[in-house]
Design a protein around this ligand. Structure first.
Ligand SMILES: Cc1cc2nc3c(=O)[nH]c(=O)nc-3n(C[C@H](O)[C@H](O)[C@H](O)COP(=O)(O)OP(=O)(O)OC[C@H]3O[C@@H](n4cnc5c(N)ncnc54)[C@H](O)[C@@H]3O)c2cc1C
Length: 459
């Protein structure tokens, strides 16, 4: 016997629960299916636990620097990793149980636990149950990619999920992958007391960022004695008597690194490989991402894909925005689109990088006539007062339209201050509107009008 609902949602990540609330409030019956932990990646192995760990790492870092602020601690600073882990677990658990209990209490909503698989365009199975609906929303997220790397089958390795179970500090952590996830873990474990080596295949960290931003991030990591090996074009791994070896084909430096633990941070892959998408006629691209249009409709009418599994974003806020777009189109008669949104994200090393819109190099390669305003954080009063002068602020403007094209704030408070640029971009305000705004002193954001008053066309 199959259970009929008005809607089925597969996955309780960052889009599914919000959508379940809207659909049930509209009086429709909804089934939501979760195969693992409620709340998905962000809540259990992504944003929330990592930012809790970053906070502990920041406390350790600040404690070690206490004397810089005239504070004496009367002893050396040590990190109790099991307490760090317990704090992180408690924060994640609160969020996870909140998601689960919210869904279980929701009127018109039935929660199913198990792996969902399509058997036709309108039906899925969960264990021995079959569920049917005219509308099915896929919110299955992704997981750490483990690409075939020579020797990987012979060494133990961690991913962003399994590293969450560590309750001791690894003596020497080797991280393969110098992108957003690898850098956050690298700096936090260095601050917990690990020796850290980051191995990156490319010639610089974070190749999507402007070169000066990549260089400033490298400098921040190196100041904390994190070893960064670039140009590691052919990494291979080996077991070295209870330790792990990474052979690194770098332009300079030792050809191999020996560590106690290995973290793979080489990208993500969508959870679409065991979903029965063929049975539903839902098309995927060559990397397994579900193909969707600007309103998140898949190739099969009535089936939508939201969040990381559609390849249109890789963040909690993009997944949540996907839910808002689908709900607006289906329930509010409001034709919101993915292409309406502006790129925005943060990298939570310390100090953080807040990003909005285009980088300078993207703007130039798209043919914009570019004006740029820049300032090192060493010339930002708030940063000087806090003793955190690493990084830079940068804003990019189109000289002809006077619209703001993008910004990067790598510095204390950068993850928050970037929003005043982002909001001006959404408002399509010409830059003098933001330039004339009176901002609060002393803040990082007070320098955004200043940058806009110092724009230059010289690269
Ligand atoms: C280490 C790390 C740090 C991050 N930090 C940030 C950050 O600071 N800020 C930010 O915005 N983003 C961050 N992200 C990214 C963010 O976590 C994801 O973009 C976000 O969780 C995606 O949400 P989602 O709803 O698409 O999928 P997910 O959150 O992955 O949820 C998908 C859910 O679907 C379930 N599921 C999958 N397949 C099935 C199936 N067949 N049947 C039933 N259930 C299924 C899964 O169990 C999971 O619960 C981070 C990611 C990582 C890995």
């Amino acid at each position: 016997m199959s259970q009929k609902h008005d809607a089925i949602i597969i996955g309780t990540g960052q889009a599914g629960p919000g959508l379940a609330r809207r659909v049930s409030a509209a009086g429709m019956s909804v089934a939501i299916v979760e195969r693992d932990l409620f709340g998905g990646t962000c809540v259990n192995t992504g944003c929330i636990p990592t930012k809790a760990l970053v906070a502990s790492a920041h406390a350790a870092h600040l404690a070690r620097r206490a004397a810089d602020f005239g504070v004496s601690l009367g002893g050396s600073v040590s990190v109790d990793m099991s307490k760090v882990k317990s704090r992180k677990d408690a924060i994640s658990e609160k969020s996870r149980t909140g998601v689960e209990s919210g869904l279980r209490k929701l009127k018109n909503c039935t929660v199913y636990q198990g792996h969902a698989r399509f058997v036709s365009k309108h039906a899925i199975t969960v264990g021995d149950q079959t569920l049917e609906a005219d509308r099915i929303f896929i919110n299955v997220g992704g997981r750490a990619a483990t690409p075939p790397m020579p020797g990987l089958d012979r060494v133990p390795f961690l991913t962003n999920s399994s590293i969450m179970s560590l309750d001791t500090v690894p003596p020497h952590l080797i991280i393969v992958g110098g992108s957003y996830v690898g850098l956050e873990f690298g700096q936090m474990f260095r601050r917990f007391g690990s020796e850290v080596t980051i191995v990156e295949m490319g010639p610089r960290l974070l190749p999507r960022e402007d070169e000066e931003v990549s260089a400033a991030i490298l400098d921040i990591l190196q100041q904390e004695q994190i070893e960064v090996r670039l140009n590691a074009t052919c990494v291979s791994l080996s077991a070295e008597g209870g330790r792990v070896g990474a052979q690194v084909d770098c332009a300079s430096g030792s050809p191999s690194e020996i560590g106690t633990h290995l973290l793979l941070a080489v990208g993500r892959r969508p959870n679409t490989d065991d979903l029965g998408l063929d049975a539903a006629g839902v098309a995927i691209d060559e990397r397994g991402y579900i193909v969707v249009d600007d309103q998140l409709r898949t190739s099969t009418p009535g089936i939508f894909a939201l969040g990381d599994c559609n390849g249109k974003g890789a963040f909690t806020h993009t997944a949540y925005n996907d839910f808002e777009i689908v709900a607006a189109n289906l329930l509010d008669g409001d034709s919101r689109r993915v292409s309406d949104r502006i790129t925005a994200y943060a990298l939570y090393i310390d100090p953080p990088l807040g990003r909005a819109g285009l980088t300078e190099s993207e703007a130039r390669s798209r043919g914009h006539d570019v004006l740029v305003g820049k300032r090192p954080m060493s010339r930002v009063g708030r940063a000087i007062e806090k003793g955190e002068t690493n990084g830079l602020m940068k804003i990019v403007v189109d000289a002809r339209s006077r619209e703001i094209l993008g910004a990067a704030i790598l510095g204390t408070g950068g993850d928050e201050a970037i929003h005043c640029v982002l909001d001006a971009m959404y408002a399509k305000a010409p830059y003098p509107v933001l330039q004339r705004a009176m901002h609060i002193h002393p803040t990082v954001a007070e320098f955004i009008p200043t940058l806009l008053g110092e724009l230059s066309s010289t690269p």
